[in-house]
Design a protein around this ligand. Structure first.
Ligand SMILES: C[S@@+](CC[C@H](N)C(=O)[O-])C[C@H]1O[C@@H](n2cnc3c(N)ncnc32)[C@H](O)[C@@H]1O
Length: 318
């Protein structure tokens, strides 16, 4: 029998860890899977329930048949395009491990810039205890719009123990995953998960009750921002496997920003901050929206590590 790599594939019953890794890498490389070495390692770690250190200190350990079959089944699915994270069910974000399923976008490292910028903009408000008086800081009210796996809401709850967070998503299935991630990190009691279109339910609540709208100190969002006609340019892992509601923001990709900026303008308190992830080439257009809509000052753009404008932050003056 020959493997997808064109080499003789070893009998899966008689493979040790090193041999299984080599064979897995070869099959993934032949299928042009990016980062094939890392993917083969992660899938083997998942299949046998061991960490990387164990793999490399036990490279001659023999795999039993069940483990071997499980591993090569995962390799085949990865070779066919399924993202590694959906196969292992996890992804790290902000140093925390998150459950991911095909109902949620896989958190990206560049999205961590939202947390960095948000913490920087909050300044002393982000510290739980006033450093001078020792008094507890006022409770922070935060919204995360389009929470997906909950990575931003949970990371912010983790960083800001005095924050109460409202995490919204249009997808009930995504909110289920986010709720589990919050529970795993022990922050469920400070995050309210709401199924709604952007922040509509939060605005509606104040209209119905006649109460003051909930006023937020911070609103963050990594909205869907890919243009519909860009679908063909996405890697197959993304286009064929990640939820389309998490990817596509409308015909041009920027439609969602203006609605979000308008809603944020009505919900942020004086000095409150909006922090948004930016789509490809969207920085100029999104920045212009802040000039058109009233009340926005201190608009800044932060590049990601690749030098691409990635995060826009703006402060609201009532
Ligand atoms: C790009 S993903 C971001 C997920 C997560 N915050 C992250 O950074 O990994 C966008 C999320 O917004 C949700 N979404 C799309 N349109 C929405 C809308 N109109 N209102 C609320 N959520 C929306 C999607 O279901 C998806 O979970």
């Amino acid at each position: 029998m020959r493997s997808a790599a064109g080499t003789r594939s070893a009998d899966p019953m008689a493979l040790d860890v090193r041999g299984a890794l080599r064979e897995g890498m070869a099959r993934l490389r032949a299928a042009q899977v990016p980062s094939s070495t890392l993917a083969a390692e992660l899938l083997l770690m998942h299949a046998i329930g061991r960490d990387r250190t164990w793999l490399y200190t036990n490279s001659e350990a023999m795999l039993d048949l069940a483990a071997s079959e499980k591993y090569f089944a995962l390799v085949a699915r990865r070779a066919a395009g399924e993202p590694t994270q959906y196969l292992t069910g996890k992804q790290e974000f902000w140093g925390l491990e998150f459950e991911v399923t095909p109902a949620v976008l896989i958190p990206r490292p560049e999205t961590e810039h939202i947390i960095e910028v948000a913490l920087e903009r909050l300044g002393p408000r982000g510290i739980k205890i006033d450093m001078v008086t020792g008094a507890p800081s006022p409770r922070l009210r935060i919204a995360d719009v389009g929470t997906g796996s909950g990575c931003l809401a949970v990371a912010l709850a983790h960083e800001l123990p005095h924050a109460e967070i409202f995490a919204t998503d249009i997808s009930a299935a995504a909110l289920e995953v986010a709720r589990r991630n919050a529970a795993r990190r022990g922050v469920s009691d400070r995050i309210h998960f709401i199924e709604t279109n952007l922040l509509e339910a939060v605005i509606h609540e104040s209209q119905v009750t006649g109460h003051e709208p909930r006023l937020f100190d911070l609103i963050v969002s990594n909205p869907p921002y890919v243009a519909r006609n860009e679908a063909a340019t996405l890697p197959r892992e993304v286009r064929d496997h990640e939820p389309h509601a998490a990817l596509f923001g409308g015909p041009t990709g920027v439609e969602i920003y203006s609605r979000l900026i308008e809603q944020a303008g009505s919900l942020l308190r004086e000095g409150g901050v909006l922090v948004l992830e930016l789509g490809h080439n969207a920085a100029d257009e999104v920045r212009r929206m802040f000039h058109v809509q009233p009340g926005w000052v201190n608009v800044s753009i932060t590049n990601d590590l690749a030098g691409i404008p990635r995060v826009l932050a703006a402060e609201h003056r009532v």
